[in-house]
Design a protein around this ligand. Sequence first.
Ligand code: UDP
Length: 434
Amino acid sequence: MDVLKRAPIYPRTQPSRMMMVKMLKKIDLWPRSIEGYRSIMDAGLLNEIYSSAGQLKGKRVLHINSTPNRGGVAEILANLIPLLKGLGIDAEWYSLHNVPSNFYRVTKAIHNGLQGHPRPLPQSDWKVYEDFNRKLAKQLDPQNWDFIFIQDHQLTAALSFLPSKGKSKWLWRSHTDSINTKPEYQQRFLEYLQPYDGAIFTMREYVFKDSHLKHLMISPPAIEGLNPKNLPMSKIEARRIIGKFGIDTSCPLITQISRFDPWKDLPGVVEAWKLAKAKVPKIQLAIVGNFTVDDLQAKMILSQVRKAASGLPDVHIITNQAGPRAIKAFQTASDIILQKSIREGFGLTVSEAMWSKTPVIGGNVGGIILQIIHNKNGYLVNDVEDCAKRIVELIQDLRKRRNMGKAGQRHVRENFLLPRLVRDELKFMLEVSS
Ligand code: UDP
């Protein structure tokens, strides 16, 4: 179909002056064939994908999320949409645009509440959230789409303010670690989810209690193993690249790659490194991170981490400077990757590191436990001391690191590459429309 001839997503009605401000922006992506996976994946899985895609050919699928780049959701959509297009699905990705910072302050607080932070959200903040979603609903024309995926929590309420879904099926994709969601937040989201046709959660444990979803799918996220970010890199090349960031490649290195978010426990990472360094004096720590536009706590966390690491020459804090190949270089050249989160929806960084054959030490929480098989492809740890102990153990055992690295890559190939997610989502679309 000629992209230019498509009906625009907005406006739905005669725009008022308020509505002239477009809240959504299309992210243009080219189709990409899934065939590249044929040599590394089970043929049965690809057959399932082609069979489902055949039944959905030409269907218009819209994914909407909060940020066009940085963070796991943007990473997934940037890779998922091209594969869907390559399969003949008319998929598009729109992301928020022109967002007042007050809205992001509120959505960050909601994210924290969904992940179990006890602070209640003031009524005035729920109003900010709902007002924004109400405005967004006015800019959507559901009649243009067969399926609308709302990614994450920022825009979940929009459907509640839409007079009619038209022909479209609405699916919510949760990305938070909602095992400990506070009742106040759960209650709100149960209400927002009522008109949805279905929801996808990463783990069964995340599904809100008492939710009466019409359709439910449990399907964890996945990485694009064949994009430039995740294509193999030699250790020599990886060391050359990280050397440019000031890393001494003759000494051991542990790295955490993450946003500067309270749940990623960066202060705990520095503490664990300090304890490990007492036993392995040459060990270096790299903290590689970026900021998303909706992450208003990031600056505060970064300054906490800088303070904790001040005067420590072997701690390298690298912010917003590492492109995809530099991320791959850190994942390849590090002796260990850490993901010491205390809550984690999934943690793409864990699968990315494993795909690079590097063992991962991760917090024993959320979606990390799907990826790390304790003592096989990495370690699940419960606190700073536990983490430090495992760092020392692994740094001193090259053979174990290699074996864990191989086991990790195998685990990702079998479970966390994008075709599996494509298969799941196509099946789900068929299920909700049958
Ligand atoms: N990432 C990146 N640069 C950075 C930090 C992170 O490209 O400086 C990427 C990382 O490789 C991963 C994504 O951002 O693909 C983070 O996803 P994850 O699920 O680990 O965490 P989230 O940010 O969604 O909580």
